[in-house]
Design a protein around this ligand. Structure first.
Ligand code: KG4
Ligand code: ZN
Length: 345
């Protein structure tokens, strides 16, 4: 079947077309995967401005659709999948309503997809056979969650962040170091040249028995460290910035790897699946992969371009939800929800 997917939960306009076949061992041909980034629009504000994001989606959606259809050679569409939450409501409404209008005018079935399902299912783009039970570590700008997945659409949330998400922590540290937006890719690039042991930063909640996280204290610790360095008239050379980036990154990676590894052992999973924008981080990919190898657990992570927001992952999640859940496919039932939680289907 051919699926058209639409993703507008934050500041990326995504439209993808895939050809999907099979059930448990599903296979996907990517016909087109268009992502229009709004980084340039939001950069000067140091973060995403929701109303500006909505305006950009409104402008970009028809352009991306035209491009996606042309690249895919105008296939006959069988199903539409649209992100309905969680995310910024002005952004979500643009994509969800655009998708509803298409479903109505083309008279096609449409289903709503949870953005978190999308990130988790980005691991299935490569076509994997029964990875269950699986531990999913989702790390993005909006979420940091550890979820146990026993089968398709069967999720149990083990823990999540109590304040800032891991990606948010990267972004805030980059902002206070005046490095630019989004911070994750900039920090990881600079960290390559720094020493992760130069500064002794906290690893919040690393020893707690639960699977929750907290990253706002780490950002504050970096803020106080910078203030202290300034007070002592330290010169902010490139090498000092590289060391600050490497030390901050390692503190985040240590907490994520420690908790994911412990959860994987306790729940005796077959696979660990990493996903979300922060999953594009090389050190996190490397260090979690090594720990999984040592524990004899399979490690999966999507290629970097599928870690940050895209509509391809929404198409793949939509396909499994269509096959394994009993979703409504009526356009009247498509409703955006900024606070949508992970739900079983
Ligand atoms: O999944 P995503 O595109 O959007 C959300 O759903 O939030 O994730 C965006 C987040 C941003 O916070 C960004 O700084 C972070 O992912 N990110 C990274 C890297 N690439 C993107 N964080 C660390 N290292 C990276 N290489
Ligand atoms: Zn996302």
């Amino acid at each position: 079947m051919i699926i058209l997917a639409i993703e507008t939960s934050c500041d990326d306009t995504g439209i993808a077309l895939i050809k999907a076949s099979g059930k448990k061992l599903a296979k996907f041909d990517i016909l087109s995967n268009i992502v229009s980034s709004q980084i340039k629009v939001h950069q000067k504000f140091g973060g995403v401005v929701p109303n500006l994001a909505a305006r950009e989606h409104l402008k970009n959606l028809p352009i991306c659709l035209k491009k996606a259809l042309k690249e895919a050679k105008n296939p006959k569409i069988d199903l539409i999948a649209a992100t309905i939450g969680p995310g910024l409501i002005p952004s979500l409404l643009m994509g969800a309503n655009f998708a509803r209008a298409l479903a109505y005018t083309w008279n096609k079935p449409i289903l709503g997809v949870n953005h978190i399902d999308g990130h988790i299912y980005s691991n299935f783009i490569q076509g994997i056979q029964n990875p269950f039970p699986s531990l999913c570590l989702l790390v993005s700008g909006g979420h940091t969650q550890l979820t146990l997945m026993k089968n398709h659409g069967k999720f149990k949330l083990l823990g999540e962040t109590r304040d800032d998400a891991a990606g948010e922590c990267f972004d805030k540290i980059a902002k206070l170091l005046r490095l630019g937006y989004p911070g994750g890719p900039i920090i990881s690039k600079m960290a390559e040249k720094g020493n992760p042991k130069s500064f002794n930063l906290p690893r919040p909640m690393i020893k707690t028995k639960d699977y929750d996280f907290s990253f706002s204290g780490l950002k504050t610790a970096v803020l106080y460290l910078v203030k202290d360095l300034k007070k002592r008239k330290t010169k902010f050379t490139n090498s000092l910035i590289f060391d600050l980036c490497a030390s901050s990154q390692q503190a985040i990676v240590d907490v994520l790897v420690a908790k994911a590894t412990r959860a994987a052992k306790e729940h005796r999973v077959k696979t660990v699946m990493l996903s979300g924008g922060v999953a594009a981080n090389d050190e996190l990919r490397k260090q979690l992969s090594v720990k999984c190898q040592l524990s004899n657990v399979n490690f999966l992570v999507p290629s970097k371009k599928f870690c940050t927001d895209n509509a391809l992952m929404i198409a793949v999640a939509g396909y499994f939800k269509y096959n394994f859940g009993k979703p409504s496919t009526d356009w009247r039932k498509i409703k955006a929800n900024a606070n949508l939680r992970l739900e079983n289907w």
